[in-house]
Structures are given as structure tokens and as C-alpha cells.
Design a protein around this ligand. Sequence first.
Ligand code: XMP
Length: 515
Amino acid sequence: MENAHEKILILDFGGQYTQLIARRVRELHVYSEIVPWNIPAETVRNDLPAGIILSGGPSSVKDEDAPFCDREIFELGVPVLGICYGMQLLASLLGGNVAKAEEREYGPVTVRRTALSKLLENIWSESVCWMSHTWQVTECPPSFRRTAESRNCRIAAMENEGKRLYGVQFHPEVTHTEEGETLLENFLFRICGCKADWTMEDYIGTAVRQIRQAAGETGRILLALSGGVDSAVAASLIREAVGDRLTCVFVDHGLLRKGESEQVCSVFSELFPVSFVRVDAAERFFRDLKGVSDPEQKRHIIGRDFIEVFREEAEKLGKFDAFAQGTIYPDVIESGQSTNASVIKSHHNVGGLPAELGFRELIEPLRMLFKDEVRALGETLGLPAELVRRQPFPGPGLAIRVIGEVTPEKVRIVRESDAVFREEIAKAGLQKDLSQYFTVLTDVKSVGVMGDERTYDYTVALRAVTTDDFMTADWAKLPYELITHVSGRIVSEVPGVNRVVLDVTPKPPASIEWE
Ligand code: XMP
């Protein structure tokens, strides 16, 4: 039960790092909830949290329509930590002053402690912090004192220790702030008195209750399985909540990697049995992709067909009350939506299936999680490690790893060669060192000689990259012996291939995928 845990309430002022704050709190094993900035103090009082964090945000407190939280929040006796805009808000509401900084600070800045403080305990007297602000506090409110400064920001941290109100101009939640974690630990454990006892099992408990509430006593839920990690984790979590009132439709477009389709079927019919429908739609996808070689057009066709096949199947299955999908936090960011996220958000579709499908509820239980948290959740739920630890795989599947027109024969070549590559990477124990690795079927045919015969066959490229965020990437320096072995196996085991090349381009200038 989450009530057995102390809760940290995060008031969201629209900052780009709000979810990151929640994530850091979760990492420290404390339960947190993100709520809109205008939550009434009375609501907070009725379910008193152990502490409150005011997030950053794009506004200035001097804006006419600046988001100001209920001032009574500071009278609840609950510790408050204001971050960036949150600190400026504290100052502004409690009688301090905020002004435009003479020099805008952005990026790593050395912050110096100027007074002893519980919040800054065990932190070096000088430490690199991440700043991103145009405005800053120029005068502390009465009864507050300054506890840190930087070269361009005289009040980089301030506090009223008696009332347990704290503000920092920098962002402790981003990893560039060297001692951000220690600062958050100080706030959670020394100031709010939290215990580090919240776990992924607790997340499951909370999500299960919310899913049950959204679905009602008898509601039936429909979920589209893509074959990927997110929808599989969402499905097993929802099954935990409503059992076989969950129906999963797996649209198999015939463009998955070797063994994946079979794995999805066995997980959801044997390991986590739900009402499970697999639609073998490969023929339709191949038909619609015939003659198409433009990558964007391929993506468009695959996206459209996926929705159409799913909709046709859903209509056959009768009435559903809710629709579920495995939207995760980076999807929410990429689609440019507000960060006012809750575990489940109704009627709020993120670029997946269209809202016109006409369900009463939209259930997105992973909406506040980052990818690595989704994987950890999947493992806690008991999904096989080879499913949840999978490398990223694009929605349009192998179609964008076949350069040019997609045919079943070409997909077979890329699928088989990819399986060989993956198998050898696993044997060499290199999976953990690589972010993504796969083969690409180039559209190039070349002359070769095999068993005294002239051949004229395809060229397969090996692509392996290391990256933290997939925005930039470096090509992986694979051992020569491994490359030699993979090349030999592909040419001898995959008919239609007589040449293997290695992609040695970083991103940028290349992208990770070839299309
Ligand atoms: P690029 O090729 O842009 O890829 O460097 C970055 C990451 O995104 C994945 N990717 C996609 N994922 N649909 C997806 O769901 C797509 O159309 C798509 N294109 C690229 C790619 O695999 C890599 O992880």
C-alpha cells in the first residue's frame, strides 16, 4: 500500500526536468507523485506528504500569467524544496525579490557553499552544478538566509531552516550536477525524514489499483502488442490488475526479428495467459509495401496498416471499455506533450493509435517511466530477461533495414543474417557493451566466387553502435575475430549473400539505422 510509504509531492510548473526529479526520488526508494502546480493546499493537507518539491519551469515569476502555487502550501509544516523556478517562486511569494540575471547562466557552473546547511551536508564547499536560468533571486525573503553562491548568482541556494523551506537555483536532478544525488538524499532523509523503503513491487501495487479504478468492476481492456518491450510490460502489468478482462491483439506484420513473434505468442498464451489474438498480417504489409523504396513512405504505410489491421480485429472482438498502450515517458516528450503526467491518463493519446477508436478510457501505466525503469518493472513482473533486456527495435521493423523495395525474400536475408550477428555477439558476451547492433541488407549486388562458381548476390552490412541517448552514437570497435567469424557464417549460412561489410560511421553524420 502506498499509504504505508511517505510520499513526496512534486508540483509541476512545466519544467523539462520534472519527470527526472520524480525518477531521482524513485531511485532513492521514496514514493513520489507529480501533481499540477495549482493543487489546492487543502487537498495536500488531506493527504499530507513527507515533503514537497517545486519543479523548475519556463515562466518568470514576473510574467502576468505566471503559475503561482497556493501560498498556504508553505504553512502546512511540510518541508519544501524549490528548484530553479520553484526557488524563485518561494522568494516571490514569501517577500523576497527576483530579477533578471545580468549574465544568463546555462550549463555547468561552480557553486560555493556560504553557510552550513542540512541540505548541503556532505557536499564539498565548491561543487559543479547545472544551471539553466535567466531570472534569479536577488533578495531572500525575511527569515531566509543564503547558503550558496556562484560567480554570477549571489543567491544560488537559500533556506528558512525553522520552517524547513529550501530553494536551489541549480538542478540537483540532472547528472551534470556532481553532488545532486547527495543533495536530494539530504532533503529526503535528513530533512523530510523519509525511509528508503519504496520498491518496484510498490509501483506495481499502485499501478494495479489505478488500472482497476480506470477499468471499473467489469470493464474489458484492449491492448495492441507490437512485439516490443513496452507493450509487453504494459500487458503483463494490466493482466496483474484485471486478469483475462485484458485482450491483447498482436498485429504480426512479418517484419520482426527471428524468434520474436513466437516469443510474444508463447509469453502471452503460456507464461502470462490473456485473451490473446495473433493476426498474421504479413501478406497485407508486403502487398502494400510492394514497389515502395522511400523510407518515409514505408514508415507511413506500416503505421497506417498497423492501425487498420488492429481496428478491424478490435471490431470483431466486440465491445471494450478501455484501450491500453505502452507509452513511456520519452514518447511523451518526443510528441511534445505536457509533463503533467500521471500513472494513467484518460483520453490522451500519444502518437500511437488514434483516439477515434472510441474508448471510454485510455490506460497508459508506463507513462511516467524511463526505458530502464520499464525494463526493471518487466523483470519484477517476471517477464523473460531476453524480452525485457532487448536492444531497441524500430516500429517499422526490418522494413527499414532492407534498403529499397521490401520483399519477403529480402526480409528473410536480413532476418537470418541479423540472427547470426546477434548470436555471435551473445556468445562473445558483448551485449552489455553495445547499445544496438543489427544487419542491413544493402541494395547492392556484387560479383563473388563460391565453390568455383561465379555468384552475383547481395551485400550485408554490419552495424553496431554505442550510445547513451541514441541522439549521437559511435560505431563499436568490435574484435576482428568476431567480425571475421560473423562474416564467414553469414556468407555460408544465408543464401543470397556473398559479401559482408562493416559500417564505421558515427552519428552524426550517419544515423543509426540506414533508413
Ligand atoms: P536513428 O536511425 O534516427 O535512430 O539514428 C535512433 C533510434 O531510433 C530508432 N528508430 C526508430 N524507432 N520507429 C521507431 O520506433 C522508427 O521509425 C525509427 N527509426 C529509427 C533506431 O532503431 C534507434 O534506436
